[in-house]
Design a protein around this ligand. Structure first.
Ligand SMILES: Nc1nc2c(ncn2[C@@H]2O[C@H](COP(=O)(O)OP(=O)(O)OP(=O)(O)O)[C@@H](O)[C@H]2O)c(=O)[nH]1
Ligand SMILES: [Mg+2]
Length: 292
């Protein structure tokens, strides 16, 4: 299955919410409910409904067309790719997010993506909190045949990162992906640790981290909004990665997120395999929602 098929297949549960055939006076209310249920968010939902009313659309075909146009227009500015600035050597990418969002898996996938483009990539196993986390990243390192800088579980993550960046500089790595422990906003100790991590990274290069990617699990729906708020309050987030779009009824959350935070979506995850990462395009996303 191509990634687009996977996305379409995965988004079926979300798309189902929009599969209407007959339109009458109550349909727009129904559509409004469906959009909210798909976690599209209030403001985007209102804009879509307004647009349908303004354009006087009454049949299912033209309503879908208007919805699609509206969605593409809203998402287009945020469909960006992560640009690697070659002047930064290494280009330091910090991956953050709550437990289980898909940080480690996404690093594995991104490593493969950038290596294929000729970059020398390495990983830093800075999740020194969860037992097994270091081995999990080492597995991804093996799959990619790339270096994984690691220490022992329980040791200070910030110190490990500092040392690893030094090594990466010596080895002339082009891109370093730093895996971090999953943390929820109620874990003040871990949230403070993240601040420390960014401070320490800045000591190696005051312009670093050159990208801080917040990884979000699309299946959590509206909760993703709180996650962006919590992480952004600790450290500047440069962009989002949405994982698990291969099986969610809440795929509309992308619209709510971009609308509220204006952050680029650098990639989307559509499965657990190394190749299950794709760049995000507004057209394909809208099509996966509406074209069935
Ligand atoms: N279906 C699907 N599963 C995914 C995707 N991305 C990650 N996963 C799965 O989600 C689970 C958690 O992924 P991890 O990469 O370990 O998540 P993490 O954020 O590193 O988790 P912690 O380190 O525990 O905070 C794993 O079983 C992954 O295989 C995706 O895009 N689609
Ligand atoms: Mg992890």
């Amino acid at each position: 299955m191509s990634w687009l098929d996977k996305l379409k297949f995965g988004m079926k549960k979300t798309a189902k919410l929009f599969s209407f055939s007959k339109i009458d006076a109550s349909s727009l209310d129904e559509l409004e409910d469906s959009l909210l249920m798909a976690d599209v968010g209030v403001s985007t939902t209102e804009a879509i409904i307004e647009s349908i009313k303004k354009k006087g659309a009454t049949d299912a075909m033209s309503i879908k067309r208007i919805m699609k146009e509206e969605i593409i227009e809203r998402l287009k500015p945020y469909a960006q790719s992560l640009k690697i600035n070659a002047e930064k050597k290494p280009f330091i990418v910090l991956m953050i997010g709550v437990n289980g969002a898909g940080k480690t898996t996404t690093i594995g996938k991104l490593g493969s993506f950038y290596q294929e483009q000729g970059y020398q990539v390495s990983f830093v196993a800075a999740d020194t909190f969860r037992a097994g986390a270091v081995d999990q990243l080492k597995e991804w390192g093996k799959r990619n045949n790339c270096v994984v800088y690691a220490g022992e579980t329980g040791k200070d993550a910030a110190a490990l990162i500092f040392d690893s960046i030094k090594l990466a500089k010596e080895k002339k790595d082009d891109i370093v992906f730093i895996d971090t422990a999953g943390r929820l906003q109620n874990r003040k100790d871990l949230m403070d640790e993240l601040k420390k991590i960014t401070r320490v990274i800045q000591k190696t290069d005051e312009t670093a981290p050159h990208a801080t990617l917040l990884v979000l699990d699309a299946t959590v729906g509206q909760n993703a909004i709180m996650q962006v708020e919590a992480f952004s309050s600790l450290t500047p987030v440069s962009g989002l990665i949405m994982t698990k779009l291969d099986g969610t009824a809440k795929g509309g959350i992308l619209l709510a997120l971009t609308d509220k935070f204006h952050l680029p979506i650098y990639a989307i995850g559509v499965g657990e395999k190394i190749s299950d990462l794709s760049s995000f395009t507004a057209e394909e996303y809208a099509s996966s929602l509406l074209d069935g």
